[in-house]
Design a binder for this molecule. Sequence first.
Ligand code: GCB
Length: 615
Amino acid sequence: MNKIKLTLLILVLGFTYGKAQDQLIVNTQGRKTVSLNGTWNYIIDPYETGFFDYRFKERKENDPGAFWNKPVITKKTDWTEHDYKEPYTIEVPGDWNSQDPIFKYYEGTVWYQRTFDKPEVETNESVFLYFGAVNYEAHVYLNGKKLGMHKGGFTPFNFKIPAELLKDTGNYLVVHVNNKRYADEVPTLNTDWWNYGGITRDVKLVITPKEFIQQYHIQLNQSQDIAKAKKKKKFQISGWVKLNASTSEEIVSVSIPELKIQQDFTVTGDSVKIDFEVKKLKLWSTENPKLYDVEISFKEHSISDKIGFRKVEVAGTKILLNGKQIFLRGICTHEEISSDQRRATSKEDARKLFASVKDLHANMVRLAHYPHNEYMTRMADSLGILLWTEIPVYWTIDFKNPAVLAKAENQLQEMITRDRNRASIIIWSVGNETPVSDARTKFMSTLVKDAKKLDNTRLIAAALEVGYNKNVNFVDDPLGEYTDIIALNEYLGWYGATPDACETAEWEIKYNKPFFISETGAGAKGGFHDDKEMRFSEEYQQWYYEEQIKMFKKQFPESFSGVAPWVLYDFRSPKRNNPTYQEGYNRKGLIDDKDHKKLAFYTLMEYYKELENEE
Ligand code: GCB
């Protein structure tokens, strides 16, 4: 394919995906909403009977056999082959796998249905239907009409409900959800986590004025020198506000009541640049995660958010937060409640995960390997925990396929759009352990450039490839040219060696950038004790951590800026089938599925306490 054709194809694909949903509405917490969480009905449809007719053609809108239509039975002779009723009920938000044994290994289509009444809406207001996430593909129908579709299991989307479609009572909402894995999707066929299907995050109606504030980004201006700003008590805050439609010469106001700030800006088109100065600003940090109420108003519409102001940057081989070097005492986590074998979905779930992070004396979390729900990122903001958040460009994505790049770009954009105002996020990652090739490096470096264009207030990373040559571990992955830090996953002492291999290991890093271990870990079955050479014993895992920590202290280059071991909790994975120790769990958790902290948890905790005391 020549270059022009390729660009056209990418444009068309980008356009289709953009059109699949209305522009994302951010900060739904700060808006007028009606929750559609709760008990829904379902139909399991492995043959896609509700979607395709018997010639396997997509059903027509009014087809009574389409599962998005409510069956109409008026007389004895009428019949239907679908309906939504008890006992086929399912909780939203939630994965289906954990809700009934029938779903445990299911990958395919499930139809979700519920009804709702029209919320109170003024004549000058619009109603949007918002989904926090649906894994993986969603087709959404209201009162028999298709509102749109969305692909990507971990990012939000919304559709505008046409006013004429909304009835006063009994609005019939149906979502066709499919979580099948495909080679040309993101993630692809192969991952080391459970493919939880369903409407896994909150669903709500969002009620907005006809003209409203859709997105915004307000943060410290990154070009200012923080030490100077502190000294002069002059901080520059900048960003932008975007409306849902173009308007002429209208005013957008930004206020921070606590700082007695109120500034007006004149909109051109559908957006406006923000730029103003403040004096006594308390910066957001891990010790003092100060958040300010920031209010943005446009005509009679106003929206409020809690925003922390901080600067993250790289200076040579160091990571700086607010001008001060910071060492990332990290831990990786999946979005899962291990003890319940389910996706984490709520604020309570986020509280549980972060409580364990705090117990560990960590100051940073890598949200692996996909964007987590908004409770996680907002809680990290309020707790002062730094975050790495990433898109599921994992292992062997179809790098040569421009359609796959468009899908990855779409997820990147949705991730950044939802969370760009979260102070806690210091790193956007564009992927994990992708095998080096020209096509892959082109693909991934495009994502790095996209991320930088979308947001210049964070570092961009990816978990890079490590090479091994006898005792020398080298990092020369060409993607390192593009990323702000050199992050890599290493399992020296678990895969292919025993932990004492760390004693003599050498590390050669080609790049003069901060060096970060984005994973390291070993498996152990909680409660299984033996001598330290016994694989899967808690003692082996502890030995692994002891040797790793010695290596960090002794052999690691000066550029060593942090570590996020793999992983906080044991997690479900269909790849892990050792019947004695794993039983469908990846056992590299520091805490097991019964909430038992393994010996290695305490080893890492002691190391983190030591580092904390040195700060
Ligand atoms: C990795 C992957 C992670 C796996 C882990 C493991 O490098 O990034 O997703 O779960 O190794 O346990 O092997």
